[in-house]
Design a protein around this ligand. Structure first.
Ligand code: HAM
Length: 419
């Protein structure tokens, strides 16, 4: 075994049983997005490194230490496997001038890559469903993004809780930043190494520290709330009013600052305590400056992304089970005439829209029936030379009770469709 090549650490295979569940989940998500009028967009997994540096911010954990960045040896370009989808979405929207006739509601799904320390719920290749509303400035958009999440949670049978905060606008953040720097400078002795490094580059991220020794200092730090402009405050209050009107419970968490620099005003996270340390299943917010920052005509924007692995884990501990497909019939056959007839029967079933697994590889009835059972099929469809001669099949239910019956193929198809 040790000589065999294994998958890259933190990057997992999605085997058939899991893939069935993923497909079921994706079908639910696609339909949910359709009902909200969002349209899918697909962007490349590789982008120029500069895109993420500019969008996410040079002094963020993601850009500083988590990106899979390499030089394309064929032309010397620095490329990066996307660590998230917002930067690529905004790049594509600008490049293709998608906002020329007004706002766009977009979504995407796929693998993202971050070189984090792998643990339960945290992977180096993970998957997101991301939703971006570009060109919409009002608090109604922020609220709708949150309401639509709540709607999906209900459908999935899970109940993460909503944490909400506002980061204000540029001017208030600048004022707050200056006050924070002054405050932390006055307490240099208490700062840990991370905080010292971030003091002048990204003091807001110091507030996000998990270090218990930093807690008291952070608790007493200047609050952004005290600096907010009237407009940002009114926006935040309008979001909250819409959430209340739609029966969405939330908790305001002034500590919620997010790990990406592009946010302003509303930020939110859906969290659960049922998954251990990695409890954020979905997160996002408003990012009004990003389109302009990446070279587009100024346009407001907001969005979120959910981690598929984490959501599926949460569904597994207490959500509605996701329906997964099983074959309708496993076709067992022995004898030359039976085999020829079995091929015809399989084709007839498939034309009727049924999933039919045709036994391959020979063997007696007994060993074939074992394979039928293992295939998870609902019925075994048995064909011996007798059946072949009579142009009939024997239908044996493999799950629950029910009698074995010998019928014409057309009737077998009816039974399989109704069962
Ligand atoms: P994010 O908070 O970095 O935001 O990631 C969103 C979600 O992706 C997280 O809440 C989590 O569920 C999942 N996730 C992140 N990292 C990992 C990991 N290493 N392993 C497993 N799951 C992970 C963004 O990515 C923003 N682009 C969201 C956004 C969209 N904001 C506006 N629009």
């Amino acid at each position: 075994m040790s000589n065999n090549i294994q998958s890259v650490r933190g990057m997992n295979d999605c085997l058939p049983d899991a893939a069935d569940t993923w497909q079921g989940f994706e079908a639910i998500v696609r339909d949910w997005l359709r009902r909200y009028g969002y349209r899918e967009m697909r962007t490349p997994i590789l982008e120029h490194t500069g895109l993420f540096k500019r969008a996410i911010g040079e002094v963020t954990d993601i850009v500083e230490k988590e990106m899979y960045t390499f030089v394309d040896e064929l032309n010397g370009e620095s490329l990066t496997l996307r660590p998230e989808g917002t930067a690529s979405s905004v790049r594509a929207v600008i490049q293709n001038n998608l906002l020329y006739d007004g706002g766009k509601r977009l979504w995407y799904t796929g693998p993202m890559f971050r070189h984090e320390r792998p643990q339960k719920g945290r992977y180096r290749q993970f998957h997101q469903v991301g939703v971006e509303a570009l060109g919409f400035a009002g608090p109604d958009t922020d609220a709708e993004l949150i309401v639509m999440c709540a709607d999906l949670w209900k459908e999935l049978g899970i109940a993460p809780t909503l944490q909400l905060n506002t980061l204000g606008d540029h001017a208030s953040r600048q004022r707050h930043r200056q006050k924070l720097i002054a405050y932390f400078e006055a307490h240099q002795d208490t700062l840990d190494e991370d905080a010292r490094r971030r003091l002048h580059s990204n003091p807001l991220r110091i507030l996000d520290s998990k270090n218990p020794a930093m807690q008291a200092l952070n608790d007493a730090a200047p609050k952004l709330m005290d600096e907010l402009e009237d407009e940002a405050l009114a926006h935040f209050e309008a979001v909250q009013a819409l959430l209340r009107a739609n029966g969405i419970a939330f908790e305001i968490n002034p500590r919620l600052v997010r790990g990406l620099d592009y946010y302003n005003r509303t930020v939110f996270e859906w969290v659960t305590d049922q998954l251990g340390a990695q409890g954020t299943v979905c997160a996002g917010g408003r990012y009004d400056g990003l389109v302009e920052q990446l070279g587009g005509k100024p346009a407001p924007a907001a969005g979120f992304a959910m981690g598929i692995e984490r959501l599926l884990a949460l569904i597994e501990v207490g959500g509605h089970p996701i329906a997964t497909p099983v074959p309708d019939a496993y076709i067992v056959h022995a004898g030359e005439a039976a085999q020829a007839y079995a091929w015809q029967v399989a084709a007839a079933l498939r034309s009727a829209g049924l999933a039919a697994v045709l036994h391959c590889g020979g063997g007696g009835f007994k060993s074939q029936m074992k394979k039928a059972d293992a295939s998870r099929a609902r019925f075994a469809l048995i064909i011996g030379d007798d059946e072949a001669a009579a142009q009939q099949v024997t239908l044996k239910p493999l799950r629950g009770t029910g009698e074995q019956t010998r019928v014409e193929v057309a009737l077998a198809i009816d039974i399989l469709k109704q069962a």
